[in-house]
Design a protein around this ligand. Structure first.
Ligand code: S3P
Length: 171
């Protein structure tokens, strides 16, 4: 059984879609952010604050390497910045079928308007931050994915239906 790996921008719904997909397929679900938080006993924000972003990125790579050794047939949601490292994209490809949940910047801004848990989006000018990051990242997400799904205006079950349809024979 292959893993199904969900990538995409913060607020694209990787976690909620992952949980729903795991129920529908009766598979376990793993989230790299939560795995890292458990391992280091700190929140992602605390890791960024105390150790810096690069340290967090190294933790993400280690987490992927571990998943590659251990996981079969799981649903895996990864942090929004994880596919930015070339090496991580190589690991993602080996890990399973990679699905990109593509979301519009406007949806991210409204979904995360009150969010305090994403260190990269704190402070002034959240809309500009989202737009800039999205511009940089969108082509990289595309290149890392086997399947792209537009999520705007869809409920979680519709997105899951689409994933099930498009991964038929690949899972
Ligand atoms: C990040 C996304 C977050 C988390 C961290 C950095 C990013 O995960 O890993 O705050 O660089 O896009 P989600 O995509 O689950 O919000």
């Amino acid at each position: 059984m292959k893993n199904i790996v969900l990538i995409g921008f913060m607020g694209s719904g990787k976690t909620s879609v992952g949980i729903r997909l795991s129920y529908r397929l009766r598979r376990t679900m793993t989230d790299t952010d939560r795995k890292i938080e458990r391992l280091y006993r700190m929140t992602v924000s605390e890791i960024f604050e105390r150790m810096g972003e690069e340290a967090f990125r190294d933790m993400e790579t280690q987490c992927l390497e571990k998943l590659l050794r251990e996981s079969r047939g799981q649903i895996i949601a990864v942090g929004g910045g994880l596919p930015m490292r070339d090496h991580n994209r190589e690991l993602l490809r080996r890990l399973g079928t990679v699905i990109y949940l593509r979301v519009r910047p406007e949806s991210v801004c409204s979904r995360l308007a009150a969010d305090t848990t994403r260190p990269l989006l704190q402070g002034e000018d959240r809309v500009k931050k989202v737009q800039k990051l999205m511009e940089e990242r969108a082509p990289i997400y595309e290149s890392a994915a086997n399947i792209t799904i537009d999520v705007d205006g869809k409920i979680v079950d519709e997105i899951v239906d689409e994933i099930l349809e498009k991964t038929e024979g690949k899972r």
